[in-house]
Design a protein around this ligand. Structure first.
Ligand code: NAP
Length: 232
């Protein structure tokens, strides 16, 4: 049986780990991308304890060498990537404002949340093009919506707004290849980033999964939460 090959960045904890769990349980071949190998191995061991088999691999979205190494390995193992989930992110900077922002923090957020997703996409694009049902899912946030933009959380907001712009560009350019590219917001989720009070991680992961499961004639170039369009 042919299974989908799915690559998820930032999959050692939070929404990425839960998404890995859900997809592995459904029979997908999931590459559990992790900034540090040891954290990925530990997360994979937890899943193995639940009877789930995944492939933990070092995947630091700020490090081109880790992306090139992964692409080389996937070429030999699977020859394609069906789904890329750009999930890794940093710096939900509630402690600062745009009017007095530390631009080093802004630069780090852009490097991971925007350029990290961009780098990963470029590294894996030849493999995604080799799929008959390519999907790129950018995990964004309502905090990046220009319609709802307000003060505070400047590094994070700017990085997610830019990720949304990248989503539209890629969707347009890759439409002819049959690759669906969408941005999703998982909602407020109780993870290390989201903190207490958010909804369960399985619900956040389900919001992301919706865009993975789209049929070939499904939407591309959209921004969704729980399968419903949200304003850019
Ligand atoms: P989280 O628990 O903080 O997990 C973030 C993940 O990203 C971790 O695995 C982290 O790895 C990884 N990461 C950070 N920098 C990386 C890098 N350079 N390379 C590879 N991985 C890296 O966050 P989460 O709540 O699960 O968030 C997942 C996604 O949902 C993010 O895109 C976030 O912006 C979005 N989101 C979350 C919420 C929410 O309420 N939680 C709301 C809206 C959107 P380490 O363990 O090594 O740090």
């Amino acid at each position: 049986m042919t299974t989908r090959v799915v690559v998820i960045t930032g999959a050692n904890r939070g929404i990425g780990l839960e998404l890995t769990r859900q997809l592995a349980a459904a029979g997908d071949t999931v590459v559990l991308g992790s900034r540090e190998s040891a954290k990925g191995e530990r997360a994979a061991a937890v899943l193995a304890g639940e009877g789930l088999d995944v492939l933990p691999r070092r995947l630091d979205v700020t490090q081109q060498d880790s992306l090139s190494d992964l692409a080389d390995e996937i070429v030999h193992r699977y020859e394609r990537v069906d789904v890329l989930v750009n999930n890794a992110a940093v710096h939900y900077d509630t402690w600062q404002q745009a009017s007095e922002a530390d631009l080093e923090v802004v630069g780090e957020a852009l490097d991971t949340n925007l350029l990290g997703a961009w780098r990963t996409t470029l590294a894996l694009l030849p493999l995604i093009r080799a799929s008959e049902h390519g999907r790129i899912v950018n995990v964004s946030s309502g905090a990046g919506s220009l319609t709802g933009m307000s003060g505070g959380i400047p590094a994070y907001r700017a990085s997610k707004a830019a990720l949304n712009a990248l989503t539209l560009m890629l969707a347009d350019e890759l439409r002819g290849d049959g690759i669906l590219v969408n941005a999703v917001c998982p909602g407020w989720v109780a993870t290390d980033m989201g903190g207490r009070g958010g909804r369960p991680v399985r619900d956040g992961a389900a919001s992301v999964r919706w865009a993975i499961e789209l049929p070939d004639e499904g939407p591309t170039g959209g921004f969704f939460r729980d399968g419903k369009r949200v304003p850019w």
